[in-house]
Ligand binder design. Structure first.
Ligand SMILES: *Cc1c(COP(=O)(O)O)cnc(C)c1O
Length: 360
């Protein structure tokens, strides 16, 4: 197989329309105190929580390509869905507003948080996004067909009023609706190249990337990036919502679509899509003790705030894997901080209850 260079990848990506509105590259820093305390591999953090739209996060990277596509289609509104406290929905709404489009969000009650304006829901409201709240099964993600049905319904109302809505699936991950290509994943192929470049400059021999995985495009882009540029790097996705097989299938589907779109000719297989579902516990969005403790540990040792739904879970997984000897001492693990911090506030009760033994 011919090996690709970072420049080849950048060249291919530059053919896609993009609106540049985030801070790139995001910082890569060493978690020195945490690494020493865990006494395992050296741990680094890629600060994609500092991308700059709203409170930041991985969705902003994806939106640079998605917003450009919506504008190319002359859309005047962006219609999408997520859970009640969706980071994606907030960032999509903020990016839409920034480029003169009206956001319409269908928010599913996938967990038992109150519907009061708090966290991302408050921010959605401040932006003046049109919000429709729908019932859903607790602890599970909404099925793609059901969710597309719900946004189709909302979009047809906008069309009836003469509007031109752009429909996009949760997380900007799975092609469908108006987004016919895996545009979200392109940005994480690029993020892999960006991280690899930072590691090379600083002579960090990255061996693993670990991230929270939800709708799949972040892991798909990073996994394809590793396949293209550094096959020795393992990309480990910690599932926050689905069982391993269902999830690996989505990552593979998005990764393959991206491979085809860019004509990379890489043989991406199921074995490349490493998903862990051991840390799902009570399901999507349900905060548990390990997550609360991971948030406390990283904040108190490194001054960095994680979120209770994604990055807290991924960090709890990393800590557990280090303790169980998953990594070698000489490994270099890059933890992707994908954002999500507004969700801390609506989860205040669970966090305080789970952490209270530390303060008594
Ligand atoms: C959406 C999200 C993820 C997962 O990214 P996907 O591309 O949807 O898999 C991880 N962390 C945070 C904070 C997110 O909002």
């Amino acid at each position: 197989m011919k090996t690709l260079k970072i420049e080849d990848i950048r060249q291919k990506i530059s053919c896609f329309p993009r609106k540049s509105f985030i801070q790139r590259p995001t910082p890569l820093s060493k978690l020195a105190v945490l690494s020493a305390e865990l006494a395992g591999p050296e741990i680094f953090i890629k600060r994609d929580d500092l991308t700059g739209i709203g409170f930041g996060g991985n969705k902003s990277r994806k939106l640079e390509f998605i917003i450009a596509d919506a504008l190319a289609q002359a859309a005047d509104s962006l219609v999408t869905w997520g859970s009640l406290q969706s980071n994606w929905c907030l960032q999509a709404a903020a990016a839409a507003r920034r480029f003169g489009m009206k956001p319409l969000l269908v928010l599913f009650k996938t967990y038992d948080l109150p519907e009061e304006y708090d966290g991302n829901l408050l921010l959605d409201r401040i932006l003046g996004a049109e919000i429709r709240i729908k019932e859903a099964r607790r602890g599970k993600v909404v099925r793609l067909e059901d969710a597309f049905g719900a946004i189709e319904e909302a979009a047809s109302e906008l069309r009836a009023e003469g509007g031109r809505p752009y429909l996009v699936s949760v997380g900007g991950s799975m092609p469908g609706g108006s987004m016919t290509k895996p545009l979200g994943a392109i940005s994480y192929l690029e993020a892999f190249a960006e991280t690899l470049e930072q590691c090379r400059e600083r002579k960090i021999g990255m061996t693993h990337i670990l991230l929270a995985t939800g709708s799949g495009a972040t892991q798909a882009g990073l996994t394809l990036g590793a396949k293209a540029l550094a096959e020795n790097v393992k990309v480990l996705g910690i599932s926050v919502s689905e069982e391993k097989e269902a999830f690996a299938r989505d990552v593979l589907a998005i990764g393959r679509a991206l491979n085809e779109l860019l004509g990379l000719g890489l043989p991406l297989t199921r074995e490349d899509c490493l998903v862990f579902d051991e840390y799902l516990k009570d399901g999507y969005g349900v905060v548990n003790r390990e997550v609360a403790e991971a948030i406390r540990l990283v904040f108190s040792r490194e001054g960095i705030i994680l979120d209770p739904v994604y990055t807290g879970k991924a960090m709890a997984a990393l800590i557990d894997m280090v303790r169980k000897g998953h990594f070698k001492k000489e490994d270099k693990v890059v933890f992707f901080h994908t954002g999500g911090t507004p969700a801390l506030f609506p989860n205040r009760r669970a966090l305080v209850e789970l952490l209270s033994p530390h303060y008594s």
